[in-house]
Write a protein that binds this ligand. Structure first.
Ligand code: ZN
Ligand code: ZN
Length: 372
């Protein structure tokens, strides 16, 4: 299987800049300097590793360096994006931004992305006549709701991850190490057409699994141990995210078996709670209640889930303290877990697309994978 992005619906990139421009007034600024590269990519189709996009009422200017001279113009043209590209070294880029910003009173910066040093430099050298306004989540707000092209890419990424797991699971009974299984998964995803892994693949067996984000070790996986496998693929910039907990033979302890049952029930309840209009806190509560009833409230060490898209973790946040509400075509994970230091961990995670009356899972690997 290889991914054929050409056969997927196109992403609707061109309307994104005008949509953002309409929101700038509400955000208290005349223009926005977009420094977060995922946001730059979302708004323009540009996928380079450096660049700043200034969105003013009159125009949009993307500044980047010579490595991206051809790529940036090609990508913006392909996306049908109406923005000017300025290529040069850092000084020339900042000069181009200063020129484009001349006469603007209030320029928004992305507060969660701009370092203190960069903010000072913008104020002192670039946007010298303007008031700098901190903004949060402006572009991220648009990114929550995915269009058909984005969903197709996320589904392709999830399909690759499903196929990769099916290919490598037979290595488990052979005493493969955590690190080697992670490597095989990464390799399988690349061979199946992924651009890469959406984050460092987690394979954590036995006591290592009690650490939710353990790094894979060279230790061979033994029969009877819980094995937490958390991984994802990237297709066309879009991530997938899935966790399965597997084991070989019979589980070492009754407690481990009970953990699997409880987390599976919790995860199913969370997925059942996902629908348009549901609050993220409600979804978290649906998962948490079942784990608390089993007496493991303190062993559920993280929130229930997160949005996924261009970033592996993005808005909305599926947590007890979240004030977010789910909308159609938002993509979130549901991934409760129980972690007991003496035994290990169980986490089960699906990535789902919110629909008007429920949700549609993108990740489809079986959950009862007992490798023999
Ligand atoms: Zn994950
Ligand atoms: Zn996740």
């Amino acid at each position: 299987m290889t991914t054929k992005t050409a056969a997927m619906p196109a992403m609707d990139v061109a309307p994104r800049l005008p949509r953002l421009r309409e929101r700038l007034g509400d955000a208290g600024c005349d223009a926005l300097a977009v420094t977060n590269l995922s946001n730059v990519g979302y708004l323009t189709g540009f996928t380079g590793s450096a660049g700043i996009l200034l969105v003013t009422p009159q125009e949009s200017v993307l500044v980047t360096d010579g490595r991206y001279q051809t790529q940036s113009r090609e990508q913006l043209a392909t996306a049908g994006v109406d923005a000017r590209v300025e290529i040069g070294g850092v000084a020339a880029q900042l000069e181009a931004l200063a020129t484009a910003a001349r006469g603007l009173g209030r320029i928004g910066l992305e507060a969660t992305d701009v370092s203190w040093a960069r903010q000072r430099r913008f104020g002192a050298e670039v946007f010298t006549d303007a008031e700098l306004v901190p903004t949060e989540g402006l572009v991220e707000g648009f990114r929550r709701v995915k269009d058909a092209g984005e969903l197709a890419r996320m589904e392709a990424a999830a399909d690759i991850a499903d196929a990769a797991l099916a290919q490598v699971r037979d290595l488990l009974p052979d005493g493969v190490s955590e690190a080697d299984l992670a490597l095989e998964l990464d390799f399988a995803m690349r061979r199946l057409g992924a651009a890469g892994s959406s984050f460092d693949t987690i394979v954590a067996a036995g006591p290592n699994g009690a650490k939710p984000h353990a790094r894979p070790s060279a230790r061979p996986i033994e029969a009877g141990e819980l094995v937490v496998i958390d991984f994802g693929a990237i297709v066309d910039g879009y991530c997938s995210d899935m966790t399965r907990t597997l084991w070989v033979g019979d589980l070492d302890s009754e407690v481990a078996g009970r953990m699997v049952e409880v987390v599976a029930a919790s995860q199913a309840a969370g997925v059942d709670a996902v629908r348009s209009g549901a609050s993220c806190a409600e979804v978290d509560g649906a998962c948490r209640e079942i784990i608390a009833e089993a007496g493991w409230a303190d062993a559920f060490l993280h929130s229930t889930g997160h949005g996924v898209g261009l970033d592996i973790h993005e808005a909305p946040w599926v947590a007890a303290t979240s004030t977010d509400t789910l909308e159609p075509s938002t993509v979130v994970t549901v991934e409760p877990g129980v972690y007991l230091p003496d035994i290990g961990g169980v986490r089960i995670e699906d990535t789902v697309v919110v629909t008007s009356d429920g949700c549609r899972p993108l990740t489809k690997s079986p959950k009862d994978l007992i490798a023999t």
